[in-house]
Design a protein around this ligand. Sequence first.
Ligand SMILES: Cc1cc2nc3c(=O)[nH]c(=O)nc-3n(C[C@H](O)[C@H](O)[C@H](O)COP(=O)(O)O)c2cc1C
Length: 398
Amino acid sequence: MKNVIRDKNIVLGVCGGIAAYKSIELLRLLVKQEANVQVIMTRKACEFVGPLTFETLSGQPVCISLFGDDGDASIKHIDWAKEADAVVIAPATANILGKIANGIADDALCTFILAVTSPVIMCPSMNTHMYENRAVQRNIDILEADGKHIIVPGEGELACGISGAGRLPEPEFILEYLISILSTKDFTGKKVLVTAGPTRECIDPVRYISNYSSGKMGYAVARAAAKRGAEVTLVSGPTNRCVPQGVTCINIESALEMSTAVFDAMDNSDVIIKVAAVADYRPKKQADQKIKKSGDELVLHLQKNIDILKELGGRKKNQVLVGFAAETQDLKNNAQKKLTEKNLDIIVGNIVGTPTSGFGTDTNKVTLFFKDGTSESIPEMDKEEVANILLDRILMVK
Ligand SMILES: Cc1cc2nc3c(=O)[nH]c(=O)nc-3n(C[C@H](O)[C@H](O)[C@H](O)COP(=O)(O)O)c2cc1C
């Protein structure tokens, strides 16, 4: 998938708040994504961080004044507003929220905002009492009604010593939000159910059977679908991954729990993508107490778990059903067999166990098998790029 940020003109507005230092990291992340970033700082922002850092990282002069005393007398607020693909104000002070909500244009940043027509993301950050103040909340309501995107601040210990709402979200979170705003929304109106991660099949209170699935591929699919406008439900086995923005996550442990969550959600889904590595078997008996070490051998009796994908294939109505086949050999035959037996629309086959493809890796190399008998081999790429190609193909089903 295209990097939606690359070559985009992003204007970063920085205000005079204690979190202004975090916008340096945000700028660095944007530049890393190859965005063309222009920075507008309020005069008060310059009390907290120096323009030189922004100038050096962005490779462009920073705009501070409307009147060219920063070296360029051109009407940047109009030029930049015409060219901007998106604007992020981070941190947004109580002051700037009030000014923009009321159409005030007495400095470079708020004058620029009046002239801009592209999406504006504002990240309020301030002391909790300031944030909860009725006047600030009223201004936020106005800004939202005017179509500005407001990122709700996080809660926690603030620089002023008190604990509560008002923290600037981490720069990575703001970047994700921006990417989501700029992404094509071709899944709007679609409900997508994704499963991810491994399952754990309990042996006794301290042991379980599981597999090496990290959840990276499933979370990448959920994240990509959400960015493209889908309403995403993610049923996830135990992983250490963060739930992507805008995704509803149901955490499960065992295959049985996963089957309940998936069957509950299936009728309310347009697309079902089963990425999870579900255990085929579970211990027949789960010991109530820890099994003690005894003889040289311990025999565990396993019983078959329900085949969730096959059951979905049998029950499906109009949903597009996609499965993943992680194989260590004979990918084509195994994947095509599953596709037919489980009544799938697409199966994503991948050979697991290589350093750059399969469980735990950031990249994947897959082949897509379609129900009309055709297939498409995708070169090795980032898991989110794989996810986006899969979503492109799902839109072409039927
Ligand atoms: C040490 C210090 C920290 C401040 N931190 C914040 C803050 O986090 N958020 C905020 O809205 N205002 C904060 N202020 C107040 C703003 O700097 C002040 O309202 C200023 O007028 C904002 O100007 P600007 O919106 O043009 O940048 C702080 C002030 C000081 C002295």
